[in-house]
Design a binder for this molecule. Sequence first.
Ligand SMILES: Nc1ncnc2c1ncn2[C@@H]1O[C@H](COP(=O)(O)OP(=O)(O)OP(=O)(O)O)[C@@H](O)[C@H]1O
Ligand SMILES: Cc1cn([C@H]2C[C@H](O)[C@@H](COP(=O)(O)O)O2)c(=O)[nH]c1=O
Length: 220
Amino acid sequence: MSEGLFLTLEGIDGAGKSSHLDAMEALFKARGRTVVRTREPGGTPLAETLRGLVLEQAMDPLTESLLVFAARRDHIVQVIEPALARGDVVLCDRFTDATFAYQGAGRGFDTQLLSTLEQWVQGGRGAAGLLLQPHITLWFDLAPEIAAERLAGARLPDKFESQPVEFFRRVAAGYAARAAADAPRFVRIDASQTRDQVWQQVETALVARGALAPATGAAR
Ligand SMILES: Nc1ncnc2c1ncn2[C@@H]1O[C@H](COP(=O)(O)OP(=O)(O)OP(=O)(O)O)[C@@H](O)[C@H]1O
Ligand SMILES: Cc1cn([C@H]2C[C@H](O)[C@@H](COP(=O)(O)O)O2)c(=O)[nH]c1=O
């Protein structure tokens, strides 16, 4: 059985990533792929419980980081690795880049410690002990002011969505740094465009990366 495709979507709150999940799922299914659509924090009953705590309760950055990595560990073991082993497409709304962007850059938490947690939770894959990382990360890049306008009135803000625009400037810078550090994995999507134009960018990126080819997994 070939290795599956692990695809993540990232960006600040309100960047517009979730708006394209249905169409992405349909695109893969039309090519005969089985799609596991999931999100972080979350994706398993335990991780969804932890998500509720992280999104609703005030806590210090270390507690927040430990909870998102604990949720991630359960998600990887229960859902992501089994799906990839089956050869499925895992379409995941946020993953570890969000931790570096939100807890690291946004909250100012120690990124060395985040790297250690990343190693514990995602390391030890295969004989070489590699880190589990997405094959492709679509980074929806949008100015925090525009994202805030889009979110205003769209829904009741959660703990993160209630943060001031300065917080999201730091988060956006955190994503930019993470993308620069692993450029082959990231595709920057200009999320300021119309929905249709953003979708065109997504589809073009998936074609260019060979993600829509028959089920052989993405090269990386
Ligand atoms: N290209 C676009 N132009 C204008 N508005 C958009 C665009 N894309 C999405 N929106 C709107 O912006 C809001 C946020 O979109 P969406 O929920 O997809 O963002 P998100 O990145 O998934 O946010 P979050 O991470 O906070 O869940 C929604 O009201 C959505 O309808
Ligand atoms: C994975 C992850 C997420 N967050 C934050 C980012 C968002 O504000 C919420 C999730 O909400 P969404 O509507 O599903 O985007 O959680 C975080 O702070 N750290 C993380 O690792």
